[in-house]
Design a protein around this ligand. Structure first.
Ligand code: GLV
Ligand code: MN
Ligand code: MN
Length: 398
């Protein structure tokens, strides 16, 4: 089996670690997340990496004795709800593949492969929890809760390693962080390129807006006398969609809606929505966030409901290291490819790593540009090309 075929077979096996049968849902602090990490650790050990799990639950594999400059390759193994099998996972599997390719060789760099335990923030209101903890940040407040009221502290008890030393897991000799990731967009496929070099990662904010009105009888309260929390939420969602459309470069998504009490014949007394708002220009994103607050206040006042806006995170845009990107481009040219440059609209652990080490990202073409969807798909040839590029960068001194 080729190294690329092995990476894809492993992605299939990881897909079996899911909280729900028939889909891939692997959120932080669940036994399924730990099961996936155990698979990754077994493959790391087979590849000759020395492994450890940190306090948050990140898995770190190391090759080399610390005498050479180290390249760190990583991505995340948590997933969104009903996810695809390659988002995050592929980047870790390519790091492990890289270690396998380098077995018995005399590479110019040490290699550290990191599997981050929580990038998506699907379960708890955290942002890049895994990569921040990897870099030695204090763990977030354990009293944070998920939608069912379970605490982050309980999640850390399941996924974390309480015996691990605190502090940064970034090797002192790290010179580069590389993250290979499916593109999650349609550009490479449309332009006929297996790989792309990422120039920048778009910043984004996530908000929770909670509206409180008055629950009441759906048959008896006249329309003009209602304080319907869901109708207010719906009006806000449409106004935010219009705001992003009018900007032209922003994207905004309302992906979570919770309505209480939640019965067909009860006027909603409470509604909560998420707003995911992204813009490559940090200043313009800031202004749009201000507009969102105004929209919420205006709708709440007109509809006589109470509104609370909670900014879960607000991440800046990050520029990738041009020299590292060029190194990957040269490696790609040596195997007959000419990868285009493109920006990432999705967030990645590289954002957090960029504060501490030069970062670069390699995008792999994915069918239809589809991701955060079980239909995520890549080809073995494209995975092989990505592996060749990463391996060349770790192998060579230049
Ligand atoms: C990560 O998948 C993101 O939401 O950008
Ligand atoms: Mn994702
Ligand atoms: Mn991802």
């Amino acid at each position: 089996m080729s190294a690329a075929a092995r990476a894809m077979a492993r992605a299939d096996e990881l897909a079996g670690c899911s909280e729900r049968a028939g889909e891939i849902t692997r959120r932080y602090g669940t036994p399924e997340l730990v099961a996936a990490r155990e698979l990754l650790e077994a493959w790391m050990l087979e590849a000759g990496l020395r492994t450890r799990v940190d306090r948050a639950g990140n898995l770190i594999g190391t090759l080399g004795a610390g005498e050479r400059p180290a390249v760190v390759i990583g991505s995340h193994f948590d997933t969104v709800v009903d996810a695809g099998r390659y988002d995050g996972n592929l980047g870790i599997l390519l790091g492990i593949g890289c270690a396998e390719e380098l077995a018995g060789a005399d590479p110019a760099h040490d290699l550290t492969v990191v599997a981050f335990c929580d990038e998506e923030g699907t379960r708890f209101p955290t942002a890049y929890f895994g990569s921040r903890a990897f870099l030695g940040a204090p763990l977030p407040d354990g009293a944070l809760t998920d939608a069912e009221g379970a605490t982050l502290a309980a999640g850390i008890d399941i996924a974390g390693n309480a015996a691990a030393e605190p502090g940064s897991g970034l090797p002192a000799n790290a010179v580069a962080y590389l993250e290979a990731h499916i593109e999650q967009g349609p550009v490479l496929e449309a332009e006929g390129h297996p790989l792309g070099i990422v120039t920048a990662i778009t910043g984004g904010a996530k908000l929770t807006v909670t509206l409180t009105g008055t629950a009441g009888h759906a048959g008896t309260v006249p329309m003009g006398l209602r304080r319907d929390a869901f109708s207010a939420a719906a009006e806000i969602a449409l106004a935010v969609e219009r705001l992003a459309r009018d900007d032209g470069e922003a994207v905004a998504t309302v992906g979570e809606v919770a309505v209480a009490p939640g019965a067909a014949n009860v006027i909603p007394g409470r509604a909560a929505i998420s707003i995911d708002l992204r813009h490559p220009d940090d200043e313009r994103r800031g202004r749009l966030l201000g507009r969102v607050r105004e929209i919420v206040a205006d709708v709440a006042a007109r509809r006589d409901v109470e509104a609370a806006v909670d900014v879960v995170h607000d991440e800046r845009s990050v520029v990738c290291d041009p020299a590292l990107g060029e190194r990957m481009r040269r490696a790609a040219r040596s195997i007959g490819l000419d990868p285009p440059s493109l920006a990432s609209g999705a967030g990645h652990d590289a954002v957090v790593l960029s504060d501490h080490v030069p970062v670069a990202m390699l995008f792999v073409r994915c069918a239809g540009g589809i991701s955060h969807n079980p239909a995520e798909s890549v080809t073995e040839d494209d995975v092989a090309a990505a592996l060749a590029v990463l391996t060349a960068v770790v192998r060579s001194a230049e």
